[in-house]
Design a protein around this ligand. Sequence first.
Ligand SMILES: [Zn+2]
Length: 371
Amino acid sequence: MTQLPLIDCHCHLERRQLAHGAGALRAMLDRCRQQQVQAMVVSVDCSAGRPEHDIDALGAIFDAHGVQLGVSLGFMPPTRSQDLASAPERQEAAVAVFRSLAGHPRVVGLGEVGLDYYWPVVALVNEGQLQALPSGDPPPPTAAWDLPDFQRYRGLQLRVFRRWIALAHELELPLVIHERLAHADTVELLAEGPLAASRVMFHCFGAGPQEAQAAAARGSIVSIPSSIVVRERYREVAAATPLEAMVIETDSPYHSPIVGLWKRARQAALDQVALQDVPKKRREQAVNQARDLNLNTALELDLPGLVFEGQRDGAPWRLTALEHLRSSKARYLNEPTFVRFAAREIAELQGLDLARVQGSLTRQARAFFGL
Ligand SMILES: [Zn+2]
């Protein structure tokens, strides 16, 4: 089987990974090197001022493990009432940080920044101003449009985002977009310029296949997350978008694909055992065995030989991916090696050779971020 190098175009590092001598980070980077995840673009949030991460120290750790680090400077859109008043001032502070760091050799992008109407809508639902969102992927919040409380968020977010678009152009950095329930406004703002559409990447592409095709036609990049393995909407987008317009990401540590793979493996196991003549007393055990086998097959397909290692109370531990991911806590953690799931899914959906898809995704990522 051909495993070519891949790049995780959008992820985050957690405090846990940076604490305690960065042991968890080092172990994760070892897994990346072993699974040929060559580089990652870490989004660093500057909504509260200078980044927590020391970019030079971080870069040295990455170098020591043979994984390339790119940093993208982000500012989450204001979505909570307590954010509203402080956002303009915090943005000014972040602009100064971005200007001072833009020339740093590790800094390869501006974002995630953008528009997020999801949380303001949720708040309005909780306050009883709006009806509950439909389950699944909700449509744009047209019902919220007439509400002054919603328009306050929207107006502020548009002002903040417009500034980021101009700054990305000024600093000559590609723009990494976070967008939730706000695709039309996002596209409209980007069309005002001055940033070229080819310098825009939509992280975790949030709209549908037609919008993805339109973005690709403008020359923008559509990023598909590893959670595609269990999210139908991403599958529709990945099937419809030209390969040359796509990159992949994990958005780790969020949105672990393992939880969904686990459920799928268990469902398949239930179906398998139902067809067998297993006594009732032994049924749960048989289901668990079949589930583990199914999950292990899925893991070995994309991440052959993946092991998790670490230290606890001074003693080393070492687990296979299956053993590790059996713990429900571990299952909810995503990581850059899981980007491999996205590449395979795209290859299958497009009916293309996996090696060709991997090559294209990596070339595209390198070209976009200049890695
Ligand atoms: Zn993110």
